[in-house]
Design a protein around this ligand. Structure first.
Ligand code: NAD
Length: 530
């Protein structure tokens, strides 16, 4: 085991390339967590901080583009320790009564209280995400633990009225150890989103956050465990996909994989699972259609369109990145949306007033700008944005892009089909309800969508025809841990949140009990076995 100071003293962390000032900011935050660590934390394994053993991973500050901090990729041996710890702790967890597990989960939710601001600030620095959004994420994690705490003693089975003399009952059984992999755009949200149902269902967990946002999940796990969860029930390993990620998906002790991220990586995770015949849940990207009919209340619809795409600088899986507008109101909606885009406060993530910060990392920034260039070459017109914002604080030299609205976009362009994952919306007109539905469904994704209209019959009719896991009517982005979430098509399969999300973490076991006093097991199909 390495103490926090061992981690601090590693060669990697003493490298001259580090931005000491930025580390100091993070260190203060960790000190506030009473963690006595002077640098960010890498892995949380079996209730201890463990240093990675692989290559150095250097993170850049999204605000400045300068080096922020470095840590070592966990590597296979650390993943193996984590899986073993989770397997041991899972037995201990299941030896408790269901009610006791519920009480401990509720205490775990409470363990985050008092640390919300510190966690939010830590994430804001590393992810470059506006502090107000980070605060929202921490609160969601607490809500998730509270919600699933209540489920611990309510997962009962069923008795099946079989046509024989047997008593047949079905019980939900945890998988054992679950491997979870999360992305950088909502690290705390996705961490709590998957940890809470996994342990409520009785599993142990090894979670790998994105290599871009490694620390908040470690801190959350430490706080949760401190509240009384068995040591090793939740383990966090950090590193990149091909090393630590692959070590996790390929570990024989993992019985289920839950992945949140891009379709490209999702495909690799599902393949790794298939190799070992391990099931997976995939929560992937989207290209969600936000449909405004001419009879919509335009003030609300435009405010909705603005939030749908520009919140989190568009780095949201459910971003309303395709705005479909009925032709009668096209010009008016475009005019109002461009104005609304220009009114968004863009600034430093740590400022309370900031509504939109930078794009999280250089690779993503290049992806967005290259998609924008291609779209313009193909004839798309930039109605607003398309470049760095004009007024920014002097230190904001990093990955900033102004809210961008594109018109003259045709359905076949990549910008209308592929996930940009940035503050870029394409506006496309439609004439009829039929055309709106056809356009909305004409991508390989199916994560979310919205309909804005004052005609309730049309709202429900269109919602029912959208091939999307979540549909909003006269709203956008409302989500809650109580309600199932997931995709169709290349947005993935399986569901998170709600009871559906819980059920992904158990498997049904059918138990047959002979109740006849003189029954014998007949050969062949005599017992009704087909
Ligand atoms: P990504 O696919 O690049 O990475 C996601 C995670 O997968 C990271 O932890 C990464 O290290 C890991 N990974 C990559 N290759 C791997 C491999 N071979 N084996 C094991 N792990 C591997 O995604 P990202 O860029 O971090 O996140 C953005 C994507 O996530 C977008 O597509 C977004 O829509 C999606 N997302 C989806 C949801 C949802 O609920 N549907 C929520 C948030 C984000």
């Amino acid at each position: 085991m390495n103490s926090p100071s061992d981690v601090l003293n590693s060669d990697v962390l003493n490298s001259n390339t580090l931005n000491r000032q930025a580390i100091a900011r993070v260190s203060e935050l960790l000190a506030a967590l009473e963690m006595q660590a002077e640098t960010p934390l890498t892995n949380w394994v079996n209730g201890e901080l463990v240093a990675g053993q692989g290559e150095a991973i250097e993170l850049l500050d999204p605000v400045t583009g300068l080096p922020l901090v470095a840590y070592r990729d966990a590597g296979r041996a650390v993943v193996e320790q984590a899986v073993e710890a989770a397997a041991r702790a899972q037995q201990e967890w299941m030896a408790l009564t269901a009610s006791e597990r519920g009480r401990r989960m509720m205490a775990a939710a409470g363990a985050l209280l008092g640390y919300e601001e510190t966690l939010a600030r830590l994430e804001s620095v590393v992810a470059g995400k506006p502090i107000r959004d980070c605060r929202g994420e921490v609160n969601k994690v607490r809500e998730m633990f509270e919600y699933y705490a209540g489920w611990c003693d309510k997962q009962h089975g069923e008795v099946i009225p079989v046509p024989t003399s047997h008593l047949n009952y079905v019980r939900p059984v945890p998988y054992g150890v679950v491997g979870q992999i999360t992305p950088w755009n909502a690290p705390m949200f996705t961490c709590g989103w998957q940890l809470a149902p996994a342990i409520a269902a009785g599993n142990g967990v090894v979670l790998k956050p994105s290599e871009m946002t490694p620390f908040s999940s470690v801190v959350i796990a430490m706080l949760l465990e401190r509240s009384g969860l068995p040591r090793g029930l939740i383990n966090i390993v950090n590193g990149v996909g091909p090393t630590t990620g692959a070590a996790l998906t390929g570990n024989p002790g993992i019985s289920k994989l839950v992945f949140v991220g891009s379709p490209e990586s999702g495909r690799r995770i599902a393949q790794a699972g298939a190799e070992r015949l391990v099931p997976s849940v995939l929560e992937l990207g989207g290209k969600s259609a936000n449909i405004i009919f001419a009879d919509a209340r335009l003030d609300d619809a435009v405010a909705g369109a603005q939030a749908a795409i520009f919140a989190a600088a568009g780095q949201s899986c459910v971003a309303g990145s395709r705005l479909l507008v009925q032709r009668e109101v096209l010009d008016e909606v475009c005019k109002r949306l461009a104005r609304a885009a220009g009114e968004i406060t863009i600034g430093l993530p740590g400022d309370d007033a900031t509504l939109m910060g930078p794009v999280q990392n250089a690779k993503q920034y290049q992806h967005i700008t290259s998609m924008l260039e291609t779209a313009q070459r193909q004839g798309a017109r930039v109605l607003c944005g398309g470049k760095r914002p004009e007024t920014l604080p002097s230190e904001a030299t990093g990955y900033y892009l102004a809210p961008t609205v594109l018109t003259d976009v045709t359905e076949d362009m990549a910008i209308a089909q592929e996930e940009v994952f940035g503050p870029v919306v394409v506006v496309m007109p439609f004439d009829s309800e039929e055309e709106a539905v056809r356009l909305a469904n004409a991508t390989r994704f199916g994560l979310a969508g919205a309909v804005w209209t004052q005609d309730p019959a049309r709202a429900h009719r269109v919602a029912a025809r959208l091939r999307a896991g979540t549909v909003w009517i006269n709203s956008y982005k409302a989500i809650n841990v109580m309600s199932p979430f997931g995709g169709f098509g290349e947005s993935g399969f399986g569901r998170s949140s709600g009871v559906e999300g819980l059920r992904e973490y158990t498997v049904a076991q059918s138990v047959w009990v002979e109740t006849a006093t003189s029954a014998s097991v007949a050969m062949g199909y005599g017992n009704g076995v087909g």
